[in-house]
Design a protein around this ligand. Structure first.
Ligand SMILES: Cc1cc2nc3c(=O)[nH]c(=O)nc-3n(C[C@H](O)[C@H](O)[C@H](O)COP(=O)(O)OP(=O)(O)OC[C@H]3O[C@@H](n4cnc5c(N)ncnc54)[C@H](O)[C@@H]3O)c2cc1C
Length: 359
């Protein structure tokens, strides 16, 4: 029943888009309590690379939306902004927001691309609406190119934990192309002085029968830089032994470097670090100027989250017997991606490093 309805609406969309003009992207501008997410700024850059108009979509509670719109108006690349305000959007749930997006896409103007960061919220919202409109959704895009001559769009996205890049082409017969972008692959859109984007109000759709409700949000507060955007990251692994030694060993190093703290999944699973700090395939993907991996072996799933870092430094004491002499292990996979490797006991090397940095 649902499928049949979706196909009809997709056909209707195809007809209205048949004379498709240059691309017009709709970018989801996510924010937390009025502070724009850096991932959305990267999504805006990706949308701009399509080469057409770019409209930003801001949704949120009444007390937050206007501030976000005012900041967004100054962003380079945005041609217009749509904003919807409702108390229901304070902690937005995909189930509550999807009717709004679906309705917007069923009406004019004809958006050709729906773009967002690869955030938890967008990863649930975009495929949900795409399925309703019988359109494809492509996730974690690292580069995009639109061919205006035939209205097709080509996307590149990593697969197999980043070990291969898939190239996916969406032809012109697909009226709306949904995609989420990897933040580290696109520069964040910058504010500019001139040409403010025009903002218009979008009527919210009140959802009374949502199957889910927001109970609470628990945030980890930290004075250190945000892991997702920090230019330096110090990450710790299982070798840190406990939550206390993780904190007492790594935090001084991170503070001396002005770095964010990350962790391997083994460290997170063992309770040494909060899971918001996990780097890797099932954690955050980071690409800082400096990534310092301390007591991390460099499993493929960890490498998937950090191997694009500009400078990788590893501290690892791994050793194995190699006849005729005992040598420190050059085999820990982290050493294969590291620009600099220090074969040492982290409990000696890190405090020494902190002392030297302070000096
Ligand atoms: C589906 C799936 C998804 C996954 N996703 C992720 C992910 O997102 N992120 C992630 O990190 N992992 C992920 N993993 C887990 C991954 O496979 C590894 O198990 C994990 O990364 C190992 O963490 P580690 O390097 O801290 O621990 P280990 O592999 O145990 O390595 C510890 C290292 O510390 C060194 N060491 C020990 N003592 C010292 C010391 N005193 N001084 C210096 N070095 C020392 C050891 O030589 C060793 O190299 C995933 C696994 C699966 C199956």
């Amino acid at each position: 029943m649902l499928r049949a309805r979706s196909v009809i609406s997709a056909r209707a969309l195809s007809r209205s888009y048949a004379t498709a003009a240059p691309p017009h992207a709709l970018v989801l501008l996510e924010h937390r309590q009025g502070v724009l997410d850096s991932g959305s700024l990267s999504a805006l850059t990706a949308a701009e690379e399509l080469g057409g108009k770019v409209t930003g979509l801001v949704i949120g509670a009444p007390e937050h939306v206007q501030g976000v719109v005012d900041k967004a108006k100054k962003l380079k690349g945005l041609t217009s902004i749509l904003h919807a305000t409702s108390a229901q959007y304070n902690e937005p749930l995909p189930e509550v927001v999807s009717p709004l997006l679906e309705k917007l896409l069923s009406n004019s103007p004809p958006f050709t691309h729906i773009v967002s960061a690869t955030s938890s919220f967008a990863k649930s919202l975009l495929p949900r609406v795409a399925a309703k409109l019988d359109s494809p959704a492509i996730s974690d895009v690292i580069s995009v190119e639109h061919d205006a001559s035939n209205n097709s769009t080509t996307f590149n996205r990593p697969i197999y934990a980043g070990n291969a890049i898939a190239t996916v082409r969406a032809p012109s017969s697909i009226p709306i192309k949904f995609f989420t972008v990897r933040g580290t692959a696109f520069a964040a859109a910058q504010p500019q002085d001139a040409s403010e984007a025009e903002a218009s109000v979008l009527e919210p759709i009140e959802v009374t029968d949502s199957p889910t409700e927001h109970i609470k949000t628990t945030l980890t507060k930290s004075d250190r830089p945000d892991l997702g955007v920090a230019s330096r990251v110090v990450s710790g692994g299982r070798a840190l032994k406990s939550a206390d030694t993780f904190a007492s060993t790594l935090y001084p190093l991170a503070d001396a470097l002005g770095a964010a703290v990350g962790a391997s999944r083994a460290a997170v699973d063992a309770g040494y670090a909060d899971n918001s700090l996990q780097v890797g395939q099932t954690g955050k993907v980071v690409a800082p100027e400096l990534y310092l991996a301390v007591g991390i072996s460099g499993a493929i799933q960890h490498l998937a989250g950090m191997k694009d870092s500009k400078l990788i430094v590893a501290v690892n004491k791994a050793s194995r017997v190699l006849l005729p002499s005992i040598v420190q292990d050059p085999d820990a996979p982290i050493f294969q991606v590291a620009d600099y490797g220090l074969v040492a006991d982290l409990f000696e090397a890190v405090p020494e490093l902190v002392e030297k940095l302070k000096a």
